[in-house]
Design a protein around this ligand. Structure first.
Ligand code: MLT
Length: 408
């Protein structure tokens, strides 16, 4: 007799972004002809850069000829792409072996799948956090039920990130086993300093815990003092896995390409060097047939100097949007964070309004869609996220509409 994985029944409601879309579509159906401006999901809007387009075309052309045609590739990724990634780290003074890199179809699948190489244990997340970290652990059975009163799943350690601690958590009080950190942070837009990351690296080594470091937004850091990789912190290679993405830097949200770095020196309780790396290799070779041979040539050229110069213009464009959004919110006398080294603006709702109520208010009055802070965790209550991914004219129109139509 087959049964359902009952852990799905533990999940609180639907996944955040489809819920945002559902409510937006309901508004559109009830208000035909009204133009809705979307600053909700962080989805890229700018066309790919010329160099990357050429790379992607190579992928297509290769399939057109007998001599260059390829079928299945390495599950770990195209050797040339892995070399390009190794080189990208080398340029930053970080030494990674090719066997420590696993190319994938994006940071979202990696950040949900990576928990499968850990045994049972206590998970700690920044609160608020990208919902994938919590949901994947609920499905895997590492939590108890959702508690309506606390807004938390039992068994998960929520590490509050609020304005009082500059949106970076203090260390967990007790011992935890798996820690998710995201910097630049989705959703708060805060970027961890080297000193802040060091406290977690030291904790993880002392407690034989594993850090899963989501660096999907690192390209948006312009302040040279801020770390772009957790491996800039001495000792991180013993306790941290880093997840990266081509989605936001290259506009690959639809193309799908990312990678995970899992050093052979990464160890947790009762493991030898290389064992966790081998476990992830086993997981990927069993469950995954490798990233698309159409996407990977795009990734190879994306890491060349020409392409990096071109994509910097796109990054500057999104960060220009972030500045416009932040200034608009501040013009209204509201408080906003992030948006400087990260493409998300994290605002306080007026009069500490419930995040979903503010979602409805913003949609009804300004026709702008954002993401309710409480959807990222209980400490997101009273906050709201605005995404800077968008066309410049649309962003200006949305901010004008907020400034002119939001009733405060
Ligand atoms: C977001 O809006 O948080 C992201 O676009 C979601 C994602 O990258 O999956």
């Amino acid at each position: 007799m087959a049964t359902i994985n009952k852990n799905y029944g533990l999940l609180e409601g639907g996944y955040l972004f489809p819920e945002v879309t559902r409510r937006t579509n309901m508004f559109i159906a009830e208000n035909p002809g009204v133009k809705v401006m979307r600053l909700g999901i962080g989805d890229t809007t700018e066309p790919l850069t010329p160099t990357v387009i050429e790379g992607l075309k190579t992928g297509v052309d290769n399939l057109a000829h007998k001599k260059t045609y390829t079928g299945y590739g390495n599950e770990q990724g195209n050797t040339e792409l892995i070399e390009a990634i190794v080189n990208d780290y080398r340029k930053r003074g970080i030494s990674i072996d090719p066997s420590e890199i696993f190319v994938s179809d994006g940071a979202k699948p990696d950040s949900s799948n990576i928990q499968s190489i850990f045994g049972p244990g206590t998970v700690a997340v920044q609160d608020p956090a990208y919902p994938v970290y919590v949901d994947s652990n609920v499905i895997a059975g590492r939590t108890g039920p959702f508690n309506e009163d606390t807004g938390q799943y039992e068994g998960i350690v929520y590490m509050p990130c609020t304005k009082e601690n500059d949106f970076f958590p203090k260390l967990p009080d007790g011992k935890v086993d798996i820690i998710y950190l995201c910097s630049p942070n989705n959703p708060t837009g805060a970027v961890a300093t080297k000193e802040q990351l060091k406290t977690f690296v030291d904790y993880a080594i002392a407690n034989k815990a594993g850090i899963i470091f989501d660096a999907a937004y690192e390209v948006f850091i312009s302040d040279p003092k801020l770390p772009k990789s957790i491996y800039e912190i001495p000792g991180a290679e013993k306790c941290a896995i880093e997840i990266k993405s081509f989605s936001k830097s290259e506009g690959f949200t639809g193309v799908r390409l990312g990678y995970t770095v899992l050093p052979k020196t990464f160890v947790v309780e009762n493991t030898k060097k290389g064992e966790m790396n081998a476990a992830w290799n086993r997981r990927q070779t069993t469950f995954f047939n490798g990233a698309s041979c159409l996407a990977q040539p795009g990734g190879i050229v994306a890491l060349t100097e020409d392409a990096l110069r071109e994509s910097q213009k796109t990054i500057d464009h999104y960060m220009g949007n972030a500045k416009i959004i932040k200034e608009g919110i501040e013009y209204l006398g509201l408080t906003a964070y992030g948006g400087v080294n990260a493409p998300y603006v994290w605002m306080e709702t007026p009069d500490n309004m419930d995040s979903w109520d503010f979602f409805e208010k913003l949609l009804n009055e300004a026709h702008v869609v954002g993401t309710p802070g409480s959807g990222f965790g209980p400490s997101g209550k009273g906050y709201f996220r605005l995404s800077a991914f968008g066309d410049r004219e649309d962003i200006i129109e949305a901010v004008d509409s907020i400034v002119n139509n939001l009733k405060l």
